[in-house]
Write a protein that binds this ligand. Structure first.
Ligand SMILES: Cc1ncc(COP(=O)(O)O)c(C=O)c1O
Length: 365
C-alpha cells in the first residue's frame, strides 16, 4: 500500500482524452499544445507527446519545462516578460506571443528569428467566474482595439485569443468565434497562424466533436491560417485522483472526517472558486463532511455519502485532481505534500515522486 496522501494519475484514463486530441488534430487540421499552467506533471509527458504537438506556457520556467521535458512545438506567452528573462524565454521557444503592443515594442527585436504573435481580447468569454474571465472589465489580457493592432501587423505573424473557460457548449463557442471573425477578420486575414487558446471542453461527454472540428477547419480555411488549440483541462480531465486516509472522525452536528490532506494545500483551485471536491460513487446512507488537516477553519473538501460509517484508516479517493491542482500544491501548515503515482495501463502502480521535510525546508530560507 502506498502511503497517502498521493495523486494517482491513471494512464488509461488519460489516454481517453489524448485519443480525442488525435481526432481533433486529424479532423480539424489544428495543432494541439498542452497548457502547462493547468498540468505540468512531466512524468506522463512520454505518453502525452505522442498525441499532442507541444506545449504553451505562461512564464520562463514553464516554457523551459516545455522545451526540456515535452519537446515538439513550444509557445512562449506571458502576461508580461521581464527584461532579464526575455533572452532565455526566446531561446526555449518556437513562437513568442506578446500580451500587449507595449511588450511587443519593448522586446520584439529580441525575438531573433522565432515567430512573434500578439494576444487579442475579443471582449466576450464563456466564463461564469469574474476571477477567470479574460473579458472582465479593465482586463489586462490582450489588445482589444483592431485599429491599434493594424499598425503593428508588419511585426507579427499570428495571434492568440483565449476566451473560453471549460466551455462545453459548442453553439456558444461557435457564436463567440463568429464574433471574433467579425471584430478581427481583417487582421486574421493577414496572419499565418491563430491560437484559439484553451477552455474548449471537447473531451467532455457528448461534446459534438465533429461539428467543432468542422468549424475549426472552416475558420482555418477562411483566413488561411494554421489553427492552434491550447487545451489544459480538456487534456487531463478525469485522469487523476487524490488518495487520502481518514485520520479522525468527530460529530459536531454533522459527521466529520479529517483526512491526511488539505484542500488549501492540495486542491487550492476548488477553494478559490468555492467549489466542492468530488467523491465517486458518492452513494450510501452515511453522510460525512470530509475536512482537511490544516488549521484553516474552512478547509473542507465537501459533503459526501458513503456506504458505511467512516473510521480511522479508511481510504477516500477524491476525483479529478489533475488540472490546476498539482501545479498549485503548496506547503501551507507544513502538511505533507502528496506523492505522485502513476497507474500504468497494465494496472501496476509506481510512485514517481515523494516529497519530504527537505523539500519543505528548501522551499523557504
Ligand atoms: C492563454 C491560455 N491558454 C490556455 C489555457 C488553458 O485553459 P484550459 O485549462 O481551460 O483548457 C489558459 C487558461 O487559463 C490560458 O490562459
Amino acid at each position: 500500500m502506498i502511503q497517502t496522501p498521493y495523486y494517482l494519475i491513471d494512464k488509461s484514463k488519460l489516454l481517453r482524452n489524448l485519443e480525442a486530441m488525435d481526432r481533433v488534430r486529424r479532423m480539424s487540421g489544428a495543432r494541439v499544445l498542452l497548457a502547462l499552467k493547468c498540468f505540468a506533471t512531466w512524468s506522463v509527458f512520454d505518453l502525452m507527446r505522442r498525441h499532442m504537438d507541444g506545449t504553451t506556457s505562461s512564464s520562463l520556467y514553464e516554457v523551459r519545462l516545455g522545451r526540456e521535458k515535452f519537446g515538439g512545438e513550444t509557445h512562449a506567452y506571458s502576461v508580461a516578460h521581464a527584461d532579464h528573462e526575455i533572452d532565455e524565454v526566446v531561446s526555449c521557444a518556437d513562437k513568442i506571443i506578446f500580451n500587449s503592443i507595449g511588450q511587443l515594442e519593448r522586446f520584439g527585436d529580441r525575438a531573433g528569428t522565432i515567430a512573434r504573435g500578439l494576444r487579442l481580447n475579443p471582449g466576450v468569454s464563456s466564463s461564469s467566474f469574474d476571477l477567470a474571465d479574460p473579458a472582465r472589465p479593465f482586463s489586462r489580457l490582450g489588445e482589444w482595439d483592431a485599429g491599434k493592432v493594424e499598425k503593428i501587423m508588419d511585426r507579427i505573424s499570428g495571434f492568440m485569443i483565449h476566451n473560453n473557460c471549460e466551455n462545453a457548449d459548442f453553439s456558444l463557442f461557435d457564436r463567440m468565434l463568429t464574433r471574433i471573425e467579425e471584430k478581427f477578420g481583417s487582421l486574421l486575414k493577414r496572419a499565418e497562424w491563430v491560437s484559439l487558446g484553451g477552455g474548449i471542453h471537447f473531451t467532455g461527454e457528448n461534446y459534438p466533436l465533429d461539428a467543432c472540428c468542422e468549424r475549426l477547419r472552416a475558420f482555418s480555411g477562411r483566413f488561411g491560417v494554421q489553427v492552434y488549440l491550447e487545451p489544459g483541462e480538456a487534456a487531463i480531465t478525469k485522469s487523476t485522483t487524490l488518495e487520502v486516509t481518514v485520520l479522525d472522525t468527530l460529530f459536531n452536528g454533522k459527521n466529520l472526517a479529517v483526512v491526511d490532506s488539505s484542500i488549501e494545500a492540495h486542491m487550492l483551485d476548488l477553494l478559490i472558486y468555492r467549489e466542492s471536491a468530488k467523491v465517486a460513487p458518492n452513494e450510501g446512507p452515511h453522510r460525512y463532511m470530509v475536512c482537511g488537516k490544516s488549521c484553516l477553519a474552512g478547509d473542507v473538501f465537501g459533503e459526501f455519502d458513503f456506504p458505511a460509517e467512516l473510521k480511522v484508516g479508511d481510504r477516500i479517493s477524491i476525483q479529478d485532481a489533475a488540472g490546476y491542482t498539482m501545479v498549485k500544491k503548496n506547503w501551507f501548515n507544513g502538511v505533507k505534500m502528496p506523492s505522485i503515482a502513476i497507474r500504468e495501463p497494465d494496472g501496476s502502480v509506481r510512485v514517481v515522486r515523494e516529497f519530504g521535510f527537505a523539500d519543505y525546508e528548501q522551499s523557504l530560507s
